[in-house]
Design a protein. Structure first.
Length: 57
């Protein structure tokens, strides 16, 4: 993974909503899966070409 992608992923993780952070540690598999899928979608969206990070233009 290159430095640019690593930085983008780090920014996504830093901005992850509290419920995602909380639910990633849930014992209930359905809750944990929902949080994992949400985080994966956030990362995929941020890595999509042409997608700018908030505050960037």
């Amino acid at each position: 993974m290159n430095d640019t992608n690593s930085a983008i992923i780090l920014r996504v993780l830093e901005r992850a909503p509290q419920w995602v952070r909380h639910d990633l540690g849930a014992k209930d598999e359905a809750i944990r899966t929902r949080a994992e899928e949400t985080l994966a979608a956030m990362i995929a969206s941020a890595l999509e070409p042409g997608t700018s990070e908030p505050g960037e233009a």
